[in-house]
Design a protein around this ligand. Sequence first.
Ligand code: C5P
Length: 232
Amino acid sequence: MSSVKFWPLLPAAGVGSRMQADRPKQYLSLNGHYLIDHTLAVMLAYPRFEQLVLVLSADDPYWAGSRFAAEPRIIRADGGAERCYSVLNGLAALEGLAAEDDWVVVHDVARPCLRHSDLDRLFSQLTDPGAILASPTRDTMKRGISQGAVSVIDHTVERAQLWHALTPQVFRYGQLRQALTLCLRDGFEVTDEASAMEHSGRQPLLVEGRSDNIKVTRPEDLALAEFFLAQD
Ligand code: C5P
């Protein structure tokens, strides 16, 4: 039997400036609980996960108020200046715990509406070099071009084969660490973990996920996330 493990890694060291709130968005209240607590509850309740890595700002004053602040299954790591540095710090915290071939499951803490059924689907299709949840683009897509203070349409982008990249994104521990390190060395801008793997010449699998797995980014997303969380 394979002893390959799954290690969730949750970057949660962002400031969430687009929320225009008085605190990082992971500590805003959703249905009476911190946003971060909803996401952690989903991950900690998934049977395949024993422990998880949580990347927090070193001087995070809010974490002590989380219902999971004393949770022994959480391994803490310190955040970095950009998301990719936060993820790398989280990977470093797994040194000596994770094997090279173990899977790391990177998930934005700002996506509290993730369902176990989406994790099931992702893992049932998981294959090398890794896979991400994604959702096919619904709207007609335009490429804009700046004209002074405004943007106008340059052209319509072919929608077939365009996907929104969601999380979780799942890669082998050793390969993901190497890929991120290579990007930093090359000065390549990492937008998500898949983009780092792509830069290494790999083609991760796209697994269709639910479109209610939203990333809370703007103030209007809070009510939507509360609505989705209240569904069965
Ligand atoms: O800002 P954005 O929503 O794109 O961030 C995605 C995730 O990455 C969030 O969970 C955020 O807390 C995390 N992040 C981080 N370290 C940073 C920037 C973002 O852990 N320096």
